[in-house]
Every structure is written in structure tokens, then in C-alpha cells.
Design a protein around this ligand. Structure first.
Ligand code: NVA
Length: 363
């Protein structure tokens, strides 16, 4: 695809050659603040006390995360990939979270870019503040570019109802949330909610999960927003802490999916027609917690190792210390891992998949 004729938004899967991408930025990232029952449902227990409003992540972690993201963006540009960066925002001041995790807030489906109707109040202005310049640029395009559809999230007027009936903290026995009217998740189904990172593209099929930030109305809303001919399907997982599917399944290339056997079974995956002929491989190692001299994983489990990003069907971005994973994908699948430092970005809440939004993949 010659650059002049390249569409501005066109991606149908997670593995075709990446041509254009948003890479996040880390400055002024703050711990997100949400209701206690939400933090308890989704965040690692030892870090719960940090999730307070206007509480910045440690300055040295943020500064190093920014260097890692800049280095990653420069590498992609050297590979001939067009890179967009969000606007610098003072997330500490505005009571928000970060510009480092664009995968949560925007998703490309064909020529359509969809904004997440976030469950989390502290993220509700993330796209407007951080990404509206990029959206304007993509929407206006130029006369030669194919049309782009942008679906902004619905505004929430007045009091949000998503936590109604759920604000009670769990009892010491940890059962009250689940005993609460049979409610499994930290949100109810009173309005559409999802994070775009709860969904992945497999051609005309989009696979997603219900989670502590994605409800059934959110799934129905996404189905209504995707272009004609695309179908959204829900994968059943066993993860009661679920928030973002991109450490549960990882399509390495067309026909090969790595999955997290702690959260999903091959049987459940095979229920989806799109995986009928796929090689489905359980990740065979138990990822270990990082050692105390590494930046803390404030928001993620060690399964973040599966949050890799395929640049095409051969090359995959892997954190430089995740050598066990890199050796495995190289030896078993003939992939070529590109290894760069990303542990400080990991500390803020994600890895290469979370830190990007693919805008164009050539398929
Ligand atoms: N919340 C999940 C996914 C992160 C990308 C985890 O921590 O494993």
C-alpha cells in the first residue's frame, strides 16, 4: 500500500502488517480513582491504597515510561509505520488517569474508530482531552483518502447509575459483591459500558468479554456501532477480576492463538466459529511476579506477558526481560521478537498492546 493511497483508518485484525498506529504518552499519569468495590475487583491488592484522586504515579517511573514510549514510537517510525501521539495532558490536575493506554479508549473496526463508553468516571474525558486532535485529523482526511467514521461515546447527563446497588464494600469473607443480587461484576447493566480493550478483531468477527468494566448493554452498543457485516461475540471466561481481554488471548498471526489457561478453555474458544481451524495453544508457563527491584506492577497481573503486539505475521514486540515468552514464540511459531524495555510502561497499566491503537493494518 503506497503511503499516498493509504486509508487513514482501516484495520480488521491484530496481525496484518501494521501501517499506522497511535502510541500513548505517559507524562502526568495519575492513579485512577474509582469506587472502592471497583478497585478491589480489578486491581492488585497490595496497591489498593494508591488509587486515590489526584495521586500521581512516582515521577521517576513516569519519566522512564515516557522514554520507553518515545523509543518504541521511534522504532515503529523507522519501520515505516505512521505514528500519532496523543496531546500532553495534566492528568493529575484534571483527576484523570493517563495518555499511555489508548487501547482502552479507542478501537478500529474496518474504517470506523469507536470511542469506549467508559465505566470509570475518572476516564470519561480521556478521549476528548488526549485524542481529539487525532480524531479531527482522521475525520477531515484529504480528498484522496477513504472516508473515516468516528463514533464518539454517548454523554452521560446527570448522575451515573452504573454502580447503583453495588457501592457496598465486600464483607470480610469477600462474598458480599457476588451475593449482591447475584451480581458478578462491579458494574450493573443500567447503561452501555465497555473498555475497547475488552474486544479484539478477527476479521469480520470481534471477540470480547463481559468484565468489571464491560456490560451486556455495552456489548449490544458496540454491535450497533460496528460497520455492516461485522459481528461481535462474547467469549466466556473464568476470570472474576476480568478487565481487558488482552492478557487472556493473544493472536500471534492468522490461525495461531495463544491463550491464558487460567482464564479460558480451548472448549470455550472452539465454540466460536472463527477459531474452527485455528491452532489454539495454552501458554505453557506460569508467569512469575516481577522481582522487587523491578518497577511495581500497580495495575496488572504477571499475565501481562501476553500483552504483546504483532507488527505483522512474523515480528512481535516483547518486553526485553520477557525472555521465556520470546524464546517460546521464536522456537514454537517461528516469530521474530523485537525486544525493547517497557517495564515502566507496564507499571502504569499495560504493555505494547495496551499502549497502542492500530489505525491501519494492511490486509
Ligand atoms: N487486567 C488484566 C489485563 C491487563 C492487560 C491483567 O492484569 O491480567
Amino acid at each position: 500500500m503506497a503511503a499516498a493511497n493509504m486509508p487513514l483508518v482501516a484495520a480488521d485484525d491484530e496481525w496484518s502488517p501494521l501501517k499506522s498506529v497511535i502510541v500513548g504518552r505517559a507524562e502526568n499519569s495519575a492513579f485512577p480513582s474509582e469506587a472502592a468495590h471497583m478497585i478491589e475487583a480489578t486491581m492488585p491488592e497490595e496497591h489498593h491504597a494508591n488509587f486515590r484522586s489526584h495521586n500521581p504515579f512516582p515521577a521517576d517511573i513516569v519519566a522512564k515510561a515516557q522514554l520507553e514510549l518515545d523509543n518504541f514510537a521511534a522504532l515503529l517510525e523507522r519501520e515505516g509505520i505512521k505514528v500519532y501521539r496523543p496531546r500532553k495532558v495534566d492528568w493529575v490536575k484534571v483527576g484523570g488517569y493517563t495518555g499511555a493506554m489508548p487501547r482502552d479508549c479507542l478501537m478500529t473496526v474496518g474504517n470506523t474508530l469507536i470511542e469506549a463508553p467508559f465505566a470509570w468516571k475518572c476516564r470519561r474525558h480521556e478521549v476528548q482531552l488526549g485524542y481529539s486532535d487525532i480524531l479531527d485529523q482522521l475525520a477531515s482526511g484529504d480528498s484522496s483518502s477513504a472516508p473515516v467514521r468516528i463514533c464518539r461515546a454517548p454523554l452521560i447527563i446527570g448522575q451515573d447509575t452504573l454502580y447503583d446497588g453495588l457501592l457496598k464494600k465486600p464483607e470480610a469473607n469477600g462474598h458480599s459483591r457476588h451475593a449482591n443480587g447475584g451480581q458478578k461484576w462491579a458494574i450493573n447493566n443500567s447503561r452501555p459500558a465497555f473498555d475497547t480493550a475488552d474486544f479484539m478483531r478477527f476479521g469480520k468477527t470481534i471477540i470480547g468479554q463481559l468484565s468489571n468494566v464491560t456490560n451486556h448493554k455495552g456489548f449490544q452498543y458496540l454491535q450497533a456501532m460496528v460497520p455492516d457485516g461485522y459481528r461481535v461475540e462474547l467469549l466466556e471466561t473464568t476470570d472474576e477480576h476480568a478487565m481487558h481481554i488482552d492478557a487472556t488471548i493473544l493472536p500471534l498471526k492468522k490461525g495461531v492463538l495463544v491463550y491464558n489457561p487460567d482464564r479460558v478453555t480451548e472448549e470455550e474458544l472452539r465454540k466460536h466459529n472463527v477459531f474452527r481451524d485455528w491452532e489454539l495453544v495454552a501458554y505453557p508457563f506460569v508467569p512469575q511476579k516481577r522481582s522487587a527491584d523491578c518497577p511495581p506492577m500497580y495495575m496488572c497481573s504477571p499475565w501481562l506477558v501476553l500483552n504483546a503486539l504483532s507488527l505483522d505475521e512474523k515480528r512481535i514486540m516483547v518486553e526485553e526481560k520477557d525472555t521465556q515468552f520470546a524464546d517460546w514464540v521464536r522456537e514454537k511459531f517461528g516469530m521474530e521478537p523485537i525486544m525493547i524495555p517497557f517495564q515502566h510502561v507496564n507499571s502504569l497499566g499495560g504493555s505494547f498492546h495496551c499502549a497502542t491503537v492500530d489505525l491501519v493494518r494492511e490486509s
